[in-house]
Design a protein around this ligand. Structure first.
Ligand SMILES: Nc1nc2c(ncn2[C@@H]2O[C@H](COP(=O)(O)OP(=O)(O)OP(=O)(O)O)[C@@H](O)[C@H]2O)c(=O)[nH]1
Length: 602
């Protein structure tokens, strides 16, 4: 191994949400003075607005810092950021593939949580050295000894000597860097072998074209070399390469085996730079690509329509741009009788969906109507054909279906034992199958359930939080398709089926759902000039009915003539309220109505 490699450490930070991953990353950058204190925006590594507001990290990012360790040597530390939410396990996985180690941050007042476990297992799957760190020791409720025992008992890695730190106040941060230098193995890789690197992220820069983030496995690369993308075959000449500093990129003349960095090569087509692909050199290509990693298929789908039909092209452009650095987002055109032209979009999970919606609205200034999310169903028809259905509108007639299957997940819930009853009740309501339960210590329990994805995509997480006062944590992975009794529930407004409101539901729950949805819609559809019947139907049979009564008075009637400004205000208000309305046939329906049908627990 070269001396250069001996001084490199490639690592990620993994943690349960809110345990302090981003704060620790900031402190590490600060300590290695990669950033001037005053220049430092809060949470440098999350550089998207929405992330900052929600306090979660979405996209993988990487940064190179130099650290002079106690042994007197200067090390190149490459920190690769990972998202913490269950929806993004795929992205965690792609970051981990570029590392040899992972710092596992555990909150000293909370202990091991569901995503602590899930992320640790992912790291172990990637053969990473896991370096535990106990954070938030400044909190009065901190109990680092117990948490260290918990890490040893539950995860099974030694933790008694784990650095105990406060990322917030900056206590003991250097001990984390020392642990990284000491415990994370340096990269191995043959500098003399043909160049081979893994693409783990990319983004589009309007001047330089696509910038790809790579981890070099073997060989070396210089400006002027011609690279080849092994999956797509695209060839480009490298115009710039280097490290990503905390704020700016630091161009270099070469990148070598074991290093993490970026390349720019005037690449215009993002399709050529697939995350997970292998880059090699055209003059001396590698024989085999790297294993890459499994791309996950989106499991949650929803229709996204521009509120103003004229914005269809803008919506397409916006989705195309977002897809550039979010390969897990899929979309294709669809038409709805009710909503016109839009796109069927596929997401990793509900949070992913919300984030994309928010970005479309905020960054691209679009007003959207989104339909209820649906999972993917697998149907075997009576003629033997197998169909995957991600849109309830395309659900075939019941008479044509020989067998219907829905996706199930394995759920892992960690909770203080006092909430076990509440959680069992919730899971039972959601058609969950209890698997087992074990005590982590005297007060905390780990529960395993199998649940239909359909029952958890909407509001399971919120429901779990509210039943456990926020103490339970939850993680899941897909386990496969399970045969199920499914029916399509249609909603009729004023006697007409609204295709955008149809959805698939388990037969045993259809009546109750139909009734609740009709009630919900009644609450969410404002009065119109005429009476509007709301009906729920299965295969043409009406199972529930509500009525929105006709409007009696004009809003202005309240004003008794007189005050013109007051009148104006009321009219403005009415206009505001209208903004997100959609005419379905003759009925005006607000956006909230489309989502309200999902939040049945409220
Ligand atoms: N008291 C205390 N609070 C901390 C400490 N470290 C982080 N926090 C706080 O914990 C909260 C979550 O910290 P983040 O760094 O955003 O957590 P994260 O793990 O990056 O969260 P995600 O990005 O959502 O995964 C923030 O309000 C921090 O200020 C600490 O050492 N002590």
């Amino acid at each position: 191994m070269s001396d250069r490699q001996n001084k490199i450490r490639n690592f990620s930070i993994i943690a349960h949400i809110d345990h302090g991953k981003s704060t620790l990353a900031d402190r590490m950058l600060e300590l290695t003075s990669a950033v001037e204190n005053r220049e430092m925006e809060e949470q440098l590594l999350d550089n998207m607005d929405i992330e900052r507001e929600r306090g979660i990290t979405i996209k993988a990012r990487a940064v190179t810092i130099e650290y002079k360790a106690q042994d007197g040597e200067t090390y190149q530390l490459n920190l690769i950021d990972t998202p913490g939410h269950v929806d993004f396990n795929y992205e965690v996985s792609r970051s981990l593939a570029a590392c040899e180690g992972a710092i596992l941050v555990v909150d000293a007042s909370q202990g091991v949580e569901a995503q602590t476990l899930a992320n640790t297992y992912l790291a172990i799957d990637h053969d990473l050295e896991v370096v535990p760190v106990v954070n938030k020791i400044d909190l009065p409720a901190a109990d680092p000894d117990t948490v260290c025992h918990e890490i040893e008992d539950v995860i099974g890695i030694p933790a008694m000597d784990a650095p105990r730190i406060s990322a917030k106040t900056g206590v003991n941060i250097a001990s984390v860097l020392e642990a990284v230098v000491r415990d994370v193995p340096p990269p191995s890789g043959d500098e003399d072998a043909p160049f081979k690197a893994l693409i783990f992220d990319s983004y589009y820069d309007s001047y330089k074209g696509v910038i790809v983030y790579i981890r070099v496995m073997d060989g070396e690369l210089h400006v002027g070399d011609t690279i080849r993308m092994m999956a797509s075959g695209g060839e480009y000449t490298v115009t710039e390469l280097g490290y990503m500093g905390a704020k700016t990129s630091i161009p270099r003349e070469g990148l070598y085996a074991g290093e993490v960095g970026y390349i720019a090569a005037s690449i215009k087509d993002i399709g050529d730079t697939r995350v997970g692909d292998t880059v090699t050199r055209a003059d001396r290509p590698a024989a085999e690509p790297l294993p890459g990693y499994k791309k996950v298929n989106p499991m949650v789908f929803s229709g996204i329509y521009p509120a103003d039909g004229a914005k269809y092209q803008d919506l397409r452009d916006a989705l195309t741009k977002l897809q550039l650095n979010d390969a897990s987002l899929t979309f294709e055109p669809e038409t709805s009788i009710a909503l016109g032209f839009g796109f069927r979009c596929g997401f990793l999970g509900l949070l992913h969906m919300e984030i994309i919606q928010e970005r479309l609205e905020r960054e691209f200034n679009l007003d959207l109507i989104t339909t209820a999310p649906s999972v993917v169903y697998r149907l075997t028809l009576t003629n033997g054909e197998v169909q995957m259905i991600d849109n309830p509108t395309n659900y075939p007639d019941a008479a044509l279906i020989a067998q219907a299957e829905e996706p199930f997940v394995k759920a892992n819930i960690l909770t203080p034992n006092e909430f076990v009853g509440n959680i069992m009740e919730l899971c039972q309501n959601r058609r969950g199958i209890f698997k087992d339960m074990k005590y982590l210590d005297v007060t905390r329990v780990e529960m395993h359930y199998e649940l239909p994805l359909n029952e958890i995509v909407y509001d399971f997480f919120d429901a779990l939080k509210s039943r456990t006062r926020g103490y339970a944590s939850f993680d899941y992975e897909l386990s496969g398709f399970v045969q199920s009794k499914l029916v399509k529930l249609d909603i009729l407004l004023n006697g007409e089926i609204v295709d955008a409101l149809s959805f698939i539901v388990h037969a045993d729950k259809a009546y109750e759902r139909g009734r609740r949805i009709a009630e919900k819609l009644k609450d969410n559809i404002p009065r119109q000039l005429f009476e509007v019947p709301i009906q729920a139907a299965i295969g043409g049979k009406i199972i529930a009915r509500e009525t929105v009564k006709a409007m009696r008075k004009d809003v202005l009637a309240k004003c008794y003539g007189g005050d013109i400004t007051r009148k104006k205000k009321l009219l403005e208000k009415q206009k505001e309220g209208k903004k997100r309305m959609r005419s379905l046939g003759s009925v005006e329906v607000p956006q909230e109505a489309f989502m309200a049908v999902l939040k049945l627990d409220e």
